[in-house]
Each structure stands twice: as structure tokens, then as C-alpha cells.
Design a protein around this ligand. Structure first.
Ligand code: ADP
Length: 238
């Protein structure tokens, strides 16, 4: 079973003035993968995730998502592309304080052409999926850190994106809540969601099927880089 390539970066660079945040990153991710992105602070992990998530454009090189070359998509069409294909989870949740859990999750369906009532129904279903069916009317201030992150994950997946991008999703959580959040990401992945997760936690990364290690704006090591030839050599697909 050789999964379709849902994400491809080819020789991507990103400079901010004098700073070379990415210096030629190439990576391919297939549907259904769960990939850990690791590396020291400043190595370009967040920049790569932002480029993948179409929040930022490369200085050179190309990014393609589900077969669409992002470079060919005009700025005013990017939010629709993002709404269809990308779900984001951040370290500090980025929930709206004045909105309920259900309203926060429903926001994940803005720009998808889903009507208000359906947004609301699907938000409740997504909250049930992350184990928060009893918290739909709670506001972020009434939720624990782990619960807030589960709301953020529900918001990220409510539109069934092609790829879920998580930037240090357990970084602001205690160990137990972090483990719950990680278990949830694994569960979503097992159900078919492709996941890229940035983490500082090397044990966590080692427990995931693939690790991409970044350093100084380049991919220093990719545990999957030899896999296609190895798989071909032993006669199995991936
Ligand atoms: P990581 O996520 O691995 O910590 P980042 O992608 O955040 O690394 O940063 C890579 C480099 O790019 C760092 O040197 C950082 O200071 C720089 N950088 C990131 N974003 C910006 C920006 N918006 N403006 C200027 N420099 C930036």
C-alpha cells in the first residue's frame, strides 16, 4: 500500500532579512503518516510548519498540498485552500476566550461554505470525538490546559483536513495532559488523519513512526528517507 503524497516541499528556502530560517528543505509526506519534527530551537521547525500550512510563503522552492502547487495559488484563495486541507494546533491553544468550546470548534469551518447550523452540529460531534461532549458550553477559562488543547484539536479536525499540523502541542501541558493529547493525536492518525507534530520531547518523537530532524534550516536526518528503496528491495510498499 503506497500512500498518496499529500505534502511535498522541494528545496524550500525562507529568509527573513539576513536570517536564513530554511536553507533548502525537501520532504515528502504520504497520506496516513504520523511524523515528528525535532531539532534545536531556531532550527526552522516553526517556519517549516508555517510554510506547509500556507501561513507563510517560501522565498524559493515549491510546496504542494494534496497535489496543488501552493505557489500558483493567489493570496486571496489561500484561506480556502487552508480551510480545505490544513488543521492547526498551537502550543498555547489560540482559543477565543469569549466563545464556548463549541463556538471555538465551529470556527474551524469558517471559509468552508458550511452553514451556521451544520457548523454547530459538526462542532459538537468533533468535541464528542475528543472526549469533550460534556464541555460544549464551557469557555476556555473554565477548562484545564489539556481540555483546551483537545478543543483546539477538535477545531483543527472538524473540517477533516488533509493534514493536521501541531506546533509543540504538549509544550504547555503537564505530563498527564500531554500524554492524553498525544494519545488523541495517535487515535486521529489511526483513523486516517495525516499528522505532522513539532516537539522538543525526544522520547515522544522516538515513539512516533517517523522523525524528521532539523538543524540550521535544513533537514539533518529523516528516518523515512531510506524507506522507499528498502521497501522496494524487500518487495513491500509503504
Ligand atoms: P524553531 O521553530 O526550530 O525554533 P523557527 O522556525 O521559529 O525555529 O526560527 C528559525 C529562525 O528564523 C530563527 O533564527 C528565528 O529567529 C528566525 N525567524 C523565524 N521567524 C521569523 C520572523 N518572522 N522574522 C525574523 N526572523 C524569524
Amino acid at each position: 500500500m503506497s500512500g498518496e503524497v499529500v505534502l511535498e516541499l522541494r528545496d524550500v528556502t525562507r529568509t527573513y532579512g539576513e536570517v536564513h530560517a530554511l536553507r533548502g528543505v525537501s520532504i515528502r509526506v504520504r497520506r496516513g503518516e504520523l511524523v515528528a519534527v525535532v531539532g534545536p530551537s531556531g532550527s526552522g521547525k516553526s517556519t517549516m510548519l508555517n510554510v506547509v500550512g500556507t501561513l507563510d510563503r517560501p522565498t524559493s522552492g515549491s510546496v504542494s498540498i494534496a497535489g496543488t502547487d501552493v505557489g500558483a495559488v493567489p493570496d486571496d484563495a489561500l484561506s480556502a485552500l487552508r480551510a480545505e486541507h490544513i488543521g492547526f494546533v498551537f502550543q498555547h491553544f489560540h482559543l477565543q476566550a469569549g466563545a464556548t468550546a463549541a463556538e471555538n470548534v465551529a470556527d474551524g469551518l469558517l471559509y468552508t461554505g458550511t452553514d451556521r447550523r451544520q457548523r454547530s452540529e459538526r462542532a459538537v460531534a468533533a468535541l464528542e470525538r475528543v472526549g469533550l461532549g460534556h464541555r460544549v458550553d464551557h469557555r476556555p477559562g473554565q477548562l484545564s490546559g489539556g481540555e483546551k488543547q483537545r478543543v483546539a484539536i477538535a477545531r483543527a479536525v472538524v473540517g477533516e483536513p488533509t493534514v493536521l499540523l501541531a506546533d509543540e502541542p504538549t509544550g504547555a501541558l503537564d505530563t498527564a495532559s500531554g500524554a492524553t493529547v498525544l494519545a488523541l493525536l495517535r487515535e486521529l492518525n489511526a483513523a486516517g488523519t495525516t499528522v505532522l507534530v513539532i516537539t522538543h520531547d525526544l522520547d515522544l518523537a522516538a515513539s512516533l513512526p517517523r522523525q524528521v530532524r532539523m538543524r540550521d534550516g535544513t533537514v539533518e536526518d529523516d528516518s523515512a528517507s531510506d524507506a522507499p528503496s528498502l521497501a522496494a528491495a524487500i518487495g513491500v510498499g509503504r
